[in-house]
Each structure stands twice: as structure tokens, then as C-alpha cells.
Design a protein around this ligand. Structure first.
Ligand code: 13P
Ligand code: ZN
Length: 295
């Protein structure tokens, strides 16, 4: 048997031994999460996007990592101005641009893609998905910049989620967009908020989305915060797992909901700053002390 025949045979054998990607825990988790977020009303139409860094060994149980379907160029970035070489070789599962969270569970192969960041900022190597010719979310530059920023602070960070949660967005229109004041209000709305996001919430003013500029600004905030509000647009959250990141956004959204339900009513009770300090100290979290007004 010639060399080429042997190579083909090895390829066929590998294919036979691979498991069905649709049964992979990371694909199933993405399906469940997008369906939940859609039903919560946070991700209308194609709103929102997710990127989740995968373990290469785990992916290799389902996909032939030498089989690149096509190379996807990075959208929204100016040539030479975007450097994601720190992520070269890393594999992500990413929602597709223009795709609806509503439809992911029904057809993960068309709505999701598994991509590997190519060397030298040469785009993304598609290993699976986007079966109708689709591509990664238009917000991928922002996602990749956030991954790079978070990995510097927490080497175990794996997830970036962008979403349009209803009450968080509503609160943007009626509350001052000051990080200290906004965080303080959220902390006051549910006892455990300060434990879930002790570092507070970062805020960016309204900016054009899908660009290098908003990506850079978000990533800069992500050095200090795991949750960044994009004013009048939505939020960016990051974390080690899909659950943790979802839970972070969910908690901010819940606090915003309580705020929106109560902001037009006379406030007769509240959680005091001394009580917030007490909770934070009890749960031993490193909270933003300058976001409280303590004497
Ligand atoms: P994509 O469809 O490109 O993921 O964009 C959705 C979105 O929310 C943009 O901010
Ligand atoms: Zn958006």
C-alpha cells in the first residue's frame, strides 16, 4: 500500500472511532443555554452571542483536528490593528452571526461553529458547524479581546457571553450610568449580589458595536470586572464555565428587575452599606470597598 493509501486508511479509521459531536457535553450545554436565554427574553432575534474555549483533547474525541473545513476571516477588524496571536491554536465553540438563540437547539450544526484561532492573526479555522455557509458572531473580535484580558487575570477563564437582558437594559435608561452608583443600586436590590459580583459592574457609554474600538474598551474593563454593561445595548459577562457566566448575568438581571419594579414606588426599606459590608465579610469576598459609603 502506498503512502497516500495509508493516510486515507488512517483518516477513515479515525473517523470511525470519533464520537458524534452533537452528543458532546459542550454542544449540548450550548443548546440548553441558548434555549434558556431565549426563553428568558434576553436574546430576541439574533441578539446575543457566546464564545466558549474548549479543551483540545476533549474536542479530538469528536472531531478530526486536521480537517479544516474552511478559513473564516475576522470581521470588523482593521488589518494589522487586531492581534489575537496570544490565542493561536485555541479552540472555541461560538454562536453564528445573524443566528437566533431560539433555533440553536433544533439545529446546532447550522447555528454554532467550532473554530480554531489560526497562527499570525490569519482568521479562524472552521472544524465543525456553520453548515449553511455561516460564520462567527460579528462580535468575535470583542469576545477574543475579552478572553485575552480575562485570561491574564484568571487563567481558568473560558467563557464570554453577550446578551440583551431586559431589565438591565431598561435600567440603563432611568439610572445614572456611573459604575459606583449603578453597582451600589444593584447590590442593594438582593442580599447576595455583593457576594456574586463583589468587584461590581463596569459600564461603557453607548458605542458602535462590532468594532475594534468597542472590543478594546470592553477588554480593558474586563481586567477589573467580569460583567460590563454596554449602555443601551446589553451586557458582556465572563467566567470559568457557561453556568457561572450565565449565573452572573442572571443575578445582575434579577437585581435590575427588582430595581425596575420598585423605582417608581416610595422606598421604605433598604439594605444598608453596613449590612452589605457584613455580608461581604461573612462570605470573605474581595469587594470594591470604594463602592460603598462607609464612614
Ligand atoms: P451577531 O448576530 O453577529 O452575533 O450579533 C448579535 C448582537 O447582539 C450584536 O451586538
Ligand atoms: Zn448585542
Amino acid at each position: 500500500m502506498g503512502f497516500m493509501d495509508e493516510l486515507k486508511k488512517a483518516g477513515k479509521e479515525l473517523k470511525r472511532s470519533l464520537m458524534d459531536i452533537k452528543t458532546a457535553p459542550f454542544v449540548e450545554e450550548m443548546c440548553r443555554l441558548t434555549a434558556n436565554m431565549y426563553r428568558l427574553g434576553w436574546d430576541e432575534r439574533n441578539g446575543g452571542n457566546i464564545s466558549y474555549m474548549l479543551d483540545e483533547k476533549e474536542v479530538a474525541e469528536y472531531l478530526d483536528l486536521n480537517n479544516v473545513i474552511r478559513v473564516i476571516p475576522l470581521m470588523g477588524v482593521e488589518e494589522g490593528k487586531f492581534d489575537c496571536s496570544a490565542l493561536a491554536g485555541k479552540i472555541f465553540i461560538v454562536t453564528g452571526t445573524g443566528k437566533y438563540f431560539k433555533n440553536v437547539q433544533e439545529d446546532p450544526e447550522a447555528n454554532l461553529g467550532i473554530v480554531r484561532v489560526a497562527e499570525n492573526n490569519k482568521g479562524l479555522e472552521l472544524l465543525w458547524g456553520y453548515s449553511d455557509g455561516g460564520r462567527t458572531t460579528s462580535e468575535l473580535p470583542a469576545h477574543l479581546m475579552c478572553h485575552m484580558a480575562r485570561l491574564k487575570v484568571d487563567p481558568q477563564n473560558r467563557v464570554v457571553i453577550h446578551s440583551h437582558p431586559t431589565n438591565t437594559l431598561a435600567m440603563n435608561y432611568v439610572h445614572e450610568l456611573d459604575e459606583k452608583k449603578f453597582t451600589h443600586t444593584l447590590w442593594e436590590m438582593c442580599t447576595e449580589c455583593i457576594v456574586v459580583f463583589p468587584e461590581g459592574v463596569g459600564i461603557l457609554p453607548w458605542m458602535l458595536c462590532g468594532t475594534n474600538t468597542i472590543g478594546e474598551a470592553t477588554a480593558e474593563k474586563m481586567s477589573d470586572y467580569r460583567l460590563v454593561v454596554w449602555a443601551m445595548h446589553g451586557v458582556y459577562g465572563s467566567g470559568r464555565t457557561l453556568d457561572e457566566t450565565f449565573g452572573l448575568i442572571e443575578t445582575v438581571e434579577k437585581a435590575s428587575q427588582i430595581y425596575m419594579l420598585t423605582c417608581n414606588l416610595p422606598r421604605i426599606n433598604t439594605i444598608t452599606d453596613a449590612q452589605l459590608k457584613e455580608i461581604a465579610e461573612f462570605f470573605k469576598v474581595d469587594y470594591r470597598k470604594d463602592f460603598l459609603n462607609l464612614k
